[in-house]
Design a binder for this molecule. Structure first.
Ligand SMILES: *Cc1c(COP(=O)(O)O)cnc(C)c1O
Length: 516
């Protein structure tokens, strides 16, 4: 063993440093000890690597670090690790990407009404499965039934854990051991490993593919129907669009083909809009009512996409089929908890309350408000943000206003950009990736876009009060970075975790810039 490894501080020596003793007042001992062990192990690896390097070059000078520096360094690293482990893992962040339904950042921001409903349900007992009038057991499915019926126009409705669960439940209930016909143009992957062929296999149904990637015709479906057919499945291609020489069978026609053959249509709508975004010039996302109106026997949709509520899978459709689904043991496994029921009920009630007043709804429902904000409406917010950023960080950065685009995200409006105004920030010395990394270390981390070495902030997804926090975080990042002893680029350990910047992008990031 080389002499340098003998310089390695002992865990006990690190633990008796004053900064660690202080830390033990706030952080559980178990976490502190583990952090010290990790910091020591990291130092050991570093020393061993340095020794191996020197081995090839006997003339090389010995590592000049005094042992006390080494000890201080290990202690500082241990403190950082322990504080990280002691802080919440699920943290609030500021979404400055402009992607409204950013799956990695938690999709829909809930309306205030939903937040209060969750708090009420969490703080006390509730009628989750209790029928007050009768004084006996009730069903948790009853809370959402009338509301889902009203917003969708369907005969019956309920909700489960998410839309992937809703699709799985309906396929398993209605088609286990039998066949389901799907167009090859609709064998979608939604990300986070929701893929139609895989979910089909797990449901116990057999996938029957018809048509081609770009074109599927009514006769393709008609020819595929047999005595083994349980369902026709229509999947809304919510995160891509086939353009050019393309043809698909509209859901209403599919429902008619199914009726003629005595086969129900299951329509996986995905986004599940209740608000008609088409009236804002945003076409292509059918509402729940329109989907049910096509004659589909069952429609499923996400609660936290265009609907703007909590994570859930909304199921609307024929009463006999839904009753069968509720009796399926899978419905028990996929059931909603009381907090989600409270949030979803409150969100759906908002749609009813403001049915005749689009502006009032947009003001109360964050997702509707964010998606329908026009570039003209966003411009003053961008100007204000630019002015705040300029005042806070103009010493270090060039700030400009750019006409740009936001994405809806969350599998909605796939081929469509929402016009916006962006604030572009370029640091005169630091790369945009590095600056973005520093923003992610802010007390309330800020997630921004980086394009062509420029940091882009989109006011579309900023909530009230967040523009000020963005400016503050940027100033703090610039200040830390210019301070004495700021490490050189490349001289730093990679961040412990990172949020993939793009919707549903589950590929691991390659080299990520990190902050000091
Ligand atoms: C998003 C989506 C899903 C998955 O919904 P989750 O609520 O995320 O489980 C399934 N199908 C389609 C068409 C979608 O757009």
């Amino acid at each position: 063993m080389g002499s340098s490894l003998r310089r390695l501080p002992a865990v006990g020596a690190v633990l008796s440093r004053p900064e660690l003793i202080l830390l033990l007042e706030q952080v559980p001992r178990e976490l502190v000890v583990r952090a010290v062990q990790q910091a020591v192990a990291e130092a050991r690896a570093r020393l061993a690597a340095a020794r191996d390097e020197r081995a090839g070059d006997p003339a090389a000078s010995r590592d000049g670090d005094a042992d006390s520096d080494l000890l201080a360094g290990v202690a500082a690293r241990a403190v950082a690790l322990a504080l990280r482990d002691a802080s919440d893992s699920l943290r609030r962040v500021i979404n400055a990407t402009g992607i409204v339904l950013h799956t990695n950042l938690g999709r829909a921001v809930l309306p205030e009404e939903a937040v209060s409903a969750v708090t009420r349900a969490a703080r006390g007992y509730s009628t989750l499965e209790y029928n007050l009038a009768a004084g006996r057991r009730g069903s948790r499915h009853d809370h959402l039934r009338e509301l889902v019926k009203l917003v969708s126009g369907a005969e019956d409705g309920f909700a489960v854990n998410n839309n992937a669960g809703a699709v799985l439940l309906m396929l398993n209930t209605l088609a286990e051991g039998r066949e389901v016909i799907v167009s090859r143009g609709e064998l979608v992957e939604i990300g986070g490993s929701f893929r139609i062929p895989d979910i089909m296999r797990k449901s116990g149904a057999t996938l029957v593919e018809v048509g081609t990637t770009n074109r599927t015709h009514p006769d393709d479906y008609r020819r595929a129907v047999s005595g083994r057919t349980a369902l026709i499945l229509k999947v809304h291609t919510s995160n891509y669009k086939i353009v050019g020489f393309a043809a698909e069978v509209p859901p209403a026609q599919l429902a008619a083909i199914g009726r003629d053959a005595g086969v129900p249509l299951l329509y996986d709508l995905g986004s599940g809009a209740i608000y008609d975004y088409g009236l804002d010039g945003l076409g292509g996302e059918p509402t729940l009512k329109e989907a049910v109106g096509t004659g589909a026997a069952v429609v499923t949709a996400s609660g936290d996409k265009l609907l703007g509520g909590p994570q859930a899978g909304v199921v609307a459709g024929r009463a006999d089929l839904l009753a069968e689904a509720r009796r399926n043991p899978l419905a028990r496994a996929l059931r909603l908890d009381k907090l989600t029921i409270a949030a979803l009920e409150a969100t759906l009630r908002l749609y009813l309350r403001h049915a005749g007043d689009r502006r009032a709804l947009a003001a109360r429902l964050p997702v509707v408000g964010m998606i329908t904000r026009t570039a003209a409406e966003l411009r003053p917010a961008a100007e204000k943000l630019a002015a705040g950023v300029e005042a806070a960080a103009g010493r270090w950065c060039e700030v400009r206003l750019i006409e740009g685009a936001s994405g809806a995200g969350g599998g909605a409006f796939p081929a469509r950009d929402l016009p916006t105004w962006l604030v572009g920030v370029r640091h005169r010395a630091l790369g945009a990736g590095r600056l973005a990394a520093c923003l992610r270390t802010a007390a309330t981390p800020v997630i921004a876009r980086v394009e062509q070495d420029e940091l882009l902030f989109d006011p579309r997804t900023l909530l009230p009060g967040e523009a000020e926090l963005v400016a503050e975080a940027l100033a703090a990042a610039c200040l830390t970075e210019q301070g004495p002893g700021a490490p050189e680029e490349g001289d730093i350990t990679p961040p412990e975790k990172d949020i993939a910047p793009l919707e549903e992008d589950t590929t691991p990031p390659e080299e990520v810039d990190s902050c000091a």
